[in-house]
Design a protein around this ligand. Structure first.
Ligand SMILES: Nc1ncnc2c1ncn2[C@@H]1O[C@H](COP(=O)(O)OP(=O)(O)OP(=O)(O)O)[C@@H](O)[C@H]1O
Ligand SMILES: O=C(O)CCCC[C@@H]1SC[C@@H]2NC(=O)N[C@@H]21
Length: 245
């Protein structure tokens, strides 16, 4: 399985938005990828914006049509992107981990964010657009992003976004092929190994307040299972709990 040559843009509002519009207009092959040097309206999760200085970072989105995947298994798509990013960035520096569900961290700082937008047909996912920003060469962050970091701030080196994109898409293609073949054990195991704060007690916050807990498991549907100091188990879907850094 291969992926098409990326569509390269100098500027767009958001690579996710651009790719969704393109897919509406014409048939886009699976793993069609859009890369842009600048976004005028980069979108993050929860309606946040994504900061990226022009020409400095990697901003890209790709599309897949995972009709074989029921909506309650959509977490597998998050794993595909997160593991690809994790594997590639880990070849440049130590300290890379996946913060549940799909942020990529270096130590306690955020180096990548991913926004996945799925379309459903009945109970199945007919189209999934996965868009990621990787902080590569940006030296200063000016927004109120709480904890951004770039690869250049970590290593002192400069990176070619197109080369890094190629490496990431090769990994995405490999992990997505395994998912298509329903061989999800490899990615489930690797995801758990790569988890941020996978060991020890840490501070979390849910709707009832702050508590200390350790990560006990991640269920196949993506539910985070925490065990608190009293040995009680609590399960959380996305957005129901946050890490206190
Ligand atoms: N280039 C960037 N690098 C890192 N963080 C950024 C960047 N651009 C924006 N951000 C900030 O990241 C924040 C979202 O990430 P963060 O992980 O802190 O959010 P969260 O609200 O805890 O949600 P989640 O953990 O589910 O992503 C937003 O507040 C956004 O401003
Ligand atoms: O909040 C997050 O952590 C998700 C950030 C996702 C940003 C990327 S940059 C490329 C793609 N286009 C967008 O508008 N958003 C994603």
């Amino acid at each position: 399985m291969t992926y098409p040559e990326p569509i390269v843009l100098a500027e767009t509002t958001s690579t996710n938005t651009y790719l969704a519009a393109l897919c509406q207009k014409e048939a886009c092959a699976e793993l069609t990828t859009v890369y842009s040097s600048f976004q005028s309206a980069g979108r993050g999760q929860r309606g946040n914006s994504w900061e990226s200085e022009a020409g400095k970072n990697l901003l890209f989105s790709f599309v897949v049509y995972p009709e074989f995947l029921e909506a309650h298994r959509q977490f597998y798509l998050s794993q595909v992107t997160a593991l690809a990013l994790h594997d590639v960035l880990s070849s440049y520096t130590e300290g890379i981990s996946i913060k549940w569900p799909n942020d990529i961290y270096w130590k306690d700082k955020k180096i990548c964010g991913t926004l996945i937008e799925n379309d459903l047909t009945g109970i199945h996912i007919s189209r999934s657009i996965s868009g990621t920003g990787v902080n590569l060469n940006q030296e200063r962050f000016l927004s109120d992003a709480p904890n951004p970091v770039s690869l250049c701030q970590i290593t002192g080196n400069q990176y070619n976004p197109r080369e890094i994109l190629e490496q990431i898409m090769e990994k995405v293609t490999e992990y997505y092929q395994l998912l298509k073949e329903n061989r999800t054990e490899v990615q489930e195991t690797r995801y758990k190994e790569a988890l941020y704060r996978k060991e020890g007690l840490h501070l979390f916050r849910d709707k009832d307040g702050d508590f200390r807990a350790r990560i006990a498991d991640i269920e196949p549907n993506g539910r985070l299972i925490l065990e608190d100091e009293d040995g009680q188990t609590r399960g959380y879907l996305f957005k129901e709990v946050e890490y206190i850094l």
